[in-house]
Design a protein around this ligand. Structure first.
Ligand code: SF4
Ligand code: FES
Length: 253
């Protein structure tokens, strides 16, 4: 028996009224521009559209040279962090209806990392700091039963928050210390060190604590909370940094 073909319901968005929004995008083409410049685009959108949809409409319908990173479009890959109206956000998680569309929306690249083109920055310094904290499980001991490293619910809970990081750099590039001091490890590297420092299966916490006790480590943090506010995963970044500071001073709790 053949399976009946279901008729597709009209998309809810098509029943919503559209509106025109002005996006002002900070553009930079290293082959042409000496300095970045702002460019306006008027885009017709639905309230359920996201800033990423607006950028796609510009790229596909108005100016194919507009350059930005994105991959998953659903807040998982971390590739489309950018400054939207002066705040670090993921373009794919920022709905138009949550912005004040009576005014232009300003979109620019995240700060503190070298600008390459339009909304794209060079992420190498960010990932070098991430790699420097050795963000992987290190254990020289054998599992007690010879097979598995068991962990209680409470032990897993201890570092649950910092497992959620998607390495988008929204936190690090919102940090005023990182803007002025290119050597600072930055919040994201500390979050990823925290994830392993407090993992009961890992026995190299002291290695990472020594790395972050450096003059460019956790003591550079001025507790401005920009990082926690910027994190699209809701990670308590400032708290994680504070816990690493406590572990350096008093040992791992
Ligand atoms: S801690 Fe949050 S803001 Fe920072 S890199 Fe990870 S997901 Fe992005
Ligand atoms: S495109 Fe993957 S997080 Fe936005």
């Amino acid at each position: 028996m053949s399976t009946p073909i279901l008729e597709r319901e009209p998309a809810a968005a098509s029943e919503s009224p559209t509106f025109t929004v002005t996006l002002i995008v900070r553009r930079f083409d290293p082959e042409v521009d000496a300095e970045p410049r702002w460019e306006d685009f008027d885009v017709e959108l639905y309230p359920t559209d996201r800033v990423l949809d607006a950028l796609h409409k510009i790229k596909w319908e108005q100016d194919g040279s507009l350059t930005f990173r994105r991959s998953c479009a659903h807040g998982v890959c971390g590739s489309d962090a950018m400054r939207i109206n002066g705040r670090n956000r993921l373009a794919c998680k920022t709905l138009m209806k949550d912005l004040d569309i009576s005014k232009p929306i300003y979109v620019e690249a995240i700060k503190g990392l070298p600008l390459e083109k339009d909304l794209i920055v060079n992420m190498d310094p960010f990932f070098e700091s991430f790699a420097a904290v050795q963000p992987f499980l290190m254990s020289s001991s054998k599992p007690k039963d010879g097979k598995e490293r068991l962990q209680t619910v409470a032990e897993r809970e201890r570092f649950d928050d910092t497992t959620k990081c998607i390495l988008c750099a929204a936190c690090t590039s919102s940090c005023p210390v990182f803007w002025t001091d290119g050597q600072y490890f930055g919040p994201a590297a500390i979050v990823n060190a925290h994830r392993f420092i407090f993992d009961s299966r890992d026995d190299s916490a002291q290695v990472r604590l020594d790395i972050l006790n450096d003059k460019e480590g956790v003591w550079r943090c001025r507790t401005t909370f920009n990082c926690s506010e910027a994190c699209p995963r809701g990670i308590q970044v400032t708290q994680a940094i504070s816990e690493v500071k406590q572990a350096i001073l008093r040992g791992k709790a």
